[in-house]
Design a protein. Structure first.
Length: 110
């Protein structure tokens, strides 16, 4: 096997092989490894399209919760009494904890 034909897979299989390589080949392989690592990091930081970010178990969308209470989404967000039931999942993503919402509604009726 020539130095030029050495791949990352070869080094993975036989790490001692790196000692037989010239500096330019080591640098080429290092650049390739870092490129692959950055692609993998980006893929891990991005939600997968094959795994949809479905609703969290036991939660409702804000629209569903507002309909349950008989309010518009805007009115739901403005009600301070309902805010403890809101669960923030991301920068602009909220869900409503169904059990907390039910407890708030029971307390309000009682």
């Amino acid at each position: 096997m020539t130095e030029r034909a050495v791949s990352l897979n070869d080094l993975h299989t036989d790490p001692a092989l790196v000692m037989q390589l010239s500096e330019p080949v080591r640098l080429r392989l290092l650049a390739a490894a870092e490129g692959v690592a950055s692609i993998l990091r980006a893929a891990l930081a991005t939600p997968s399209e094959t795994e949809p970010a479905g609703p969290v178990e036991g939660t409702l969308s804000v629209e569903q919760a507002a309909a349950r209470v008989g309010l518009s989404v805007e009115q739901f967000y403005r009600r301070k009494a309902l805010r403890p039931a809101i669960v923030k999942l991301g920068h602009r993503t909220c869900r409503v904890d169904a059990r907390k919402l039910d407890r708030i509604l029971v307390r309000a009726k009682g």
